[in-house]
Design a protein around this ligand. Structure first.
Ligand code: ADP
Ligand code: MG
Length: 333
């Protein structure tokens, strides 16, 4: 079943399939082992570890707080792509926002949130040191891109912030835009976001995220607003540019087919709690929790993950992507 081999294999082995997987207690935090370290068990270093991550709203002035996240444990290792799955309202975006250090005003978090072993729960994303700030790709790429600033100038900002020599910035920007499959990167760089299609804008947002050289990319429903063909081509870019050799990926999605296209491991949330986690193949083949079963049943009913549930992940991925490739005739959407 485990057709994909990755640094995640040790983590996958620690989550056996079947009902033993459900509500499995978190292993103790392994602690920071230094950049680039690969543990004896074969897993990469922990890029992200949350322990008992809680978010609540509305405390103060005689109003008691309402809990929204009830203690979420997550772990993403270097080179891994992990999906956070759940129905609408289950707490996926809150989890993503807490990890990015960008919770909405009025929300309060507690517990532990470590990036590369460093506790950053109380540090807003913008104030975290560059190397500990996850990059983000959101559902609406317009939210990530300033409408009045040329795309290239925006992608250049994180490069300049890292003091990339002025003479190299332009070449790096064009390289990043080309790497996410944007044709004619010079024209894209000099234009504004409004001149791009939705799919091209999302590619530009991914280029911006990659320019940050963050250890972790948090993608919250990155393809939900795109048509099916464009979705698959954007997933392909995310697959090529994250994981082994690139930033680790925390992929937030309600869509099992999207998760199956990219991720080897999944965490399922319902009502602000992790209800199941394990290898994505196991979760799809034998969902243990009713919330997971509902997601799988819904996906089967819509026909989107029949192949993902019945075939090895590699097959599901290539089927999804091949369909898109032939449908768009090789032209990036
Ligand atoms: N700023 C907020 N204030 C109050 N409740 C919120 C806020 N943001 C999210 N919630 C609630 O938290 C729950 C989880 O939301 P969210 O994480 O956005 O769900 P999803 O899984 O669809 O991304 C929902 O019930 C939502 O209404
Ligand atoms: Mg959401």
């Amino acid at each position: 079943m485990h057709s994909r081999r990755s640094p995640a294999s040790a983590v996958l082995r620690s989550h056996p399939g079947g009902s033993a997987r459900q509500h499995r207690a978190a292993e103790p935090a392994s602690g920071y082992r230094g950049r680039g370290h690969v543990s004896a068990s074969g897993g990469g270093e922990a890029v992200l570890e949350t322990r008992d991550l809680r978010v609540e709203v509305g405390a103060g002035r005689g109003v008691s707080a309402v809990p929204l996240l009830h203690g979420v444990d997550l772990e993403v290792r270097a080179g891994e792509r992990v999906a956070v799955l759940g129905a609408s309202g289950s707490g996926k975006s809150l989890t993503a926002a807490a990890v990015r250090g960008q919770l909405a005003a009025g929300l309060r978090s507690s517990g532990s949130l470590r990036v590369l072993g460093q506790e950053v729960l109380d540090v807003p994303g913008a104030r975290r040191p560059g190397g500990l700030r996850p990059a983000a790709v959101l559902q609406d790429p317009s939210a990530a891109l300033h409408p009045l600033v040329a795309v290239g100038a925006q992608v250049a900002m994180p490069l300049r912030a890292r003091r990339t020599p002025r003479a190299e910035v332009r070449a790096e920007v064009l390289e990043l835009l080309a790497a996410v499959g944007l044709e004619d990167p010079a024209r894209v760089a000099d234009g504004r976001p409004a001149e791009l299609s939705g799919g091209q804008r999302q590619r530009a947002a991914i280029a911006l995220a990659l320019a940050c050289e963050a250890p972790l990319l948090v993608a919250d429903e990155p393809t939900t607003a795109l048509d099916t063909v464009t979705q698959a081509s954007v997933l392909e870019v995310l697959g090529e540019r994250t994981g082994p050799g690139g930033p680790a990926l925390l992929l937030i999605t309600h869509d099992l087919a999207v998760a199956a296209a990219l991720c080897s491991r999944a965490v399922v949330v319902a009502d602000g709690r992790v209800v199941e986690s394990g290898s994505l193949a196991d979760v799809l083949a034998a969902p243990a929790h009713p919330a997971t079963r509902a997601l799988v049943d819904a996906a089967r009913a819509s026909g989107t993950t029949a192949s993902a549930s019945d075939a090895p992940l590699g097959t599901a991925r290539s089927a999804t992507l091949d369909t898109a490739r032939s449908a768009r005739g090789g032209v990036p959407a």
